[in-house]
Design a protein around this ligand. Structure first.
Ligand code: DGP
Length: 118
């Protein structure tokens, strides 16, 4: 069972923001912004490659709610899902990073060679 499924099943702790029947939002263990929330579907989906439009619809409104709850709806925020190796996905359970609380930098290449495209 993956680590996010263990969080869903309460086999691992998390700093919960909110949950409903289908989704869960909790603070990232290794925050990359003053506010860094992870939003996941409770049912295991490997990545964005496999997500259904139905799950996406639910995720969208849930993420909007989370942004309001954590107080970044008006100041602005970023929503990211990393997909696969090049996308930097470490946990193979679909999750959305909701980042805010400060002005965020932009630019995502991991090495100097790729940064020539910036
Ligand atoms: P990604 O690289 O997109 O797969 O992001 C995985 C994120 O998950 C990363 O920012 C750290 C976070 N993370 C990993 N393990 C745990 C955990 O056990 N609890 C919490 N809250 N976050 C975790």
């Amino acid at each position: 069972m993956c680590i996010f499924c263990k969080i869903v099943n309460s086999e691992l702790p998390s700093n919960l923001v909110k949950e409903n029947d289908d989704f869960m939002a909790f603070h990232d263990l290794n925050p990359k912004a003053p506010i860094h929330i992870l939003v996941i579907p409770k049912q295991h989906v490997d990545s964005f490659n496999e997500v259904t439009p139905q799950t996406m619809a639910g995720m969208t409104s849930f993420i909007q709610e989370i942004a309001e709850i954590v107080g970044i709806k008006e100041s602005g925020y970023r929503v990211i899902t990393n997909v696969g190796d090049n996308g930097g996905q470490e946990v193979k359970h679909l999750h959305w990073h909701v980042l805010g609380g400060a002005k965020l930098a932009w630019g995502h290449f991991a090495d100097a060679e790729s940064s020539k495209f910036l």
